[in-house]
Write a protein that binds this ligand. Sequence first.
Ligand SMILES: NC(=O)c1ccc[n+]([C@@H]2O[C@H](COP(=O)([O-])OP(=O)(O)OC[C@H]3O[C@@H](n4cnc5c(N)ncnc54)[C@H](O)[C@@H]3O)[C@@H](O)[C@H]2O)c1
Length: 270
Amino acid sequence: MSERVFIVTGAAKGIGYACARRLIADGYKVALADIDQADGKKALDQLNAGKDKAIFIECDVSEKLEVHNLVAETLSAFGRIDGLINNAGIALKGGALDLEESDFDRVLAVNLRGAFLVSKAVAKYMVEEIEGREDRSRLTERPYSIINMSSINDTVALPDYLAYTVSKGGLLQMTRSMALELAPFGIRVNAIGPGSVKTDMLSGVAGDALEKIHSRTPLGRVALPDEIAGVASFLAGEDSSYITGQCIYVDGGRLALNYTMSPRTVIEDI
Ligand SMILES: NC(=O)c1ccc[n+]([C@@H]2O[C@H](COP(=O)([O-])OP(=O)(O)OC[C@H]3O[C@@H](n4cnc5c(N)ncnc54)[C@H](O)[C@@H]3O)[C@@H](O)[C@H]2O)c1
C-alpha cells in the first residue's frame, strides 16, 4: 500500500493536519491542500516527510480552477490519486435573523460546494482510470476512498450557526448520493461526524461555551484531532472495504444523549 496517494484539504492545521500526519505514518503519500499558504508551508516543514511523501498545494476549494490545479499538481508529483479527505471548512456565526447573505454564501461555497468540486474532479480521474483497465473484474485491486469531514451538526442543529448546520446536512446527503453513484466502480464514499474537537475552529465557535459542550458530552471532554485522524485512517484503508455511504460519529457519545450530563461527571479538559 506504500504507493497510495491521498489529497487532504484544509490540511494546514487542526483535524486536516492530523489526518495528513496519520496517513503519512500509515505509509501514504499526501498532498496537503489549504487556502493558507503560510500555515500550509509550516505544516509541511513540521511533517518533515520529504518531497516524495508530502507536498503542499495552495488551493481555495471553492474555486474550480484552483481545484483543477490541485488535482493536476498532485498527479504530476505522485502519478496517481487513491483517495481524498474533504476536510476544509469554515463556521461563520449567525441565524436566520442576523446572518449576512454573503456569509451564508461563503460557508456553503467552502463547506459544501468546495467538497463537491474536489470530489467531482477526483472521482472523474478515478472513474477514467478504472474504465481504462482491461480487466474490470479486478476493481478491488486499487481501492478508492473519499471521506467527507462532516459534523454531528449534519444531524443535530445549532441555532446560531445556521449556514454551518445547513452545509453539514448537505454534506451528509452528498456523501450518500455519491456513494450510490460511485459504488459500481468500487469507489467508497463515507463521512466522519466529529463532536467537539480541540482546534482553532472550536476556540472560535465555543468561546466560553465549553461548559455547555461538556454537559452534552458523555465522555466529559472534547476530542483531540488525532482521535478523528484514527477514524480517517480506518475509512481510507482496507479494513473498511465494505463500508460506503456511512457517517461515523466521533462525538464522545453526544448524539446518543438525551437531556444533559451532570457537572460532576465532567472530566477535566484535555
Ligand atoms: N473542531 C471541531 O470541533 C469540529 C467539529 C466537527 C466538524 N469539524 C469539521 O472539521 C473540519 C476541520 O475543522 P478544524 O476544527 O480542523 O478547523 P481549523 O479552522 O482548525 O482548520 C481548517 C483549515 O481549513 C482551511 N480552509 C478554510 N477555508 C478553506 C478553503 N476555502 N480552501 C481550502 N482550505 C480552507 C483553513 O485555512 C484551515 O487550515 C471542518 O470541516 C469542520 O467543519 C470540526
